[in-house]
Write a protein that binds this ligand. Structure first.
Ligand SMILES: [Ca+2]
Length: 257
């Protein structure tokens, strides 16, 4: 009796894999990945799924399915873009990529401001192999800081406004080290700093996805141009020269609640 039950379980678990569309007829890693609407759960076709640092890009089919036909080793950022939806990203690695992933993406809201949906590399392209997510850096550094100006709506103060960083990797702070996000033993860096209209509003001490930073109401300029700056940290144990912490981030948006 027990044996039959186990067998049934086994076939039930296998079913989704058999039902998934095959491309090329060979079994592939990453089969059965899907992009759905986070609210309705309905599949989203034609969504662009990319691993920017790998230079890899694909699209979901009519059933929202996609395969990752590329090698994923260390942590890397996976991005999903679809018109009418908020840019989405998630940090994945070999273990995560080997299992079927279901990614729920959210419809964009009228007040959303997309500041940047490209991969940004801050730093100086000089980093240790033990750094958090080293070996994944391929996008050339744009320097130690990133600044962008953008309009905010006239009625934006009727809401709480947040800067949302979709994904960030490579931060080598003391906290990132203690959380084992890197394997550097001898040094750590100051945290990246976030400035809004010239005032420091946050320090980012850890790597991760979907980090939300509240914009102070007193600093917001409704119906005018506002400015965000992200400045990477420096290696606090390198005194001979300035060694900026090399970090990568993706999907900067202003979202309201
Ligand atoms: Ca560096």
């Amino acid at each position: 009796m027990k044996k039959i039950f186990v067998l049934i379980m086994f076939f039930t678990l296998l079913m989704p894999a058999y039902c998934a569309p095959l491309t090329g007829g060979v079994s592939e890693i990453g089969l059965g990945n899907k992009v759905v609407d986070a609210k309705t759960n309905s599949p989203i076709s034609g969504a662009q799924v990319s691993l920017p640092k790998e230079g890899y890009k694909t699209y979901t089919d009519n059933n929202g399915n996609f395969n990752l036909n590329t090698d994923v080793k260390d942590d890397t950022i996976m991005s999903v873009k679809k018109e009418g939806y908020r840019p989405f990203s998630v940090t994945i690695n070999k273990e995560i990529a080997a299992k079927p992933m279901v990614l729920g993406i959210q419809k964009s809201a009228a007040m959303d401001v997309v500041i940047d949906s490209d991969m940004l590399h801050l730093g100086d392209d000089n980093f240790s192999n033990d750094s958090a997510n080293a070996g994944e850096f391929r996008v050339e550094a744009i320097g130690p800081s990133y600044t962008k100006r953008f309009m905010m709506a006239a009625n934006t103060l009727a809401y709480n406004n947040f800067l949302v960083i979709g994904s960030i990797i490579g931060i080598d702070t003391k906290m990132a080290r203690s959380m084992r996000q890197n394997s550097i033993r001898n040094s750590y860096s100051s945290p990246p700093e976030v400035f809004f209209n010239g005032r420091k509003i946050a320090e980012i001490k850890l790597n991760g996805d979907n980090q939300k930073i509240k914009l102070p109401r007193s600093l917001i300029k409704p119906d005018q141009i506002n400015e965000i700056t992200i400045q990477t940290g420096v290696n606090l144990f390198q005194r001979a020269y300035i060694d900026y912490d090399d970090i990568e981030l993706m999907n900067l948006t202003i979202q309201t609640e």
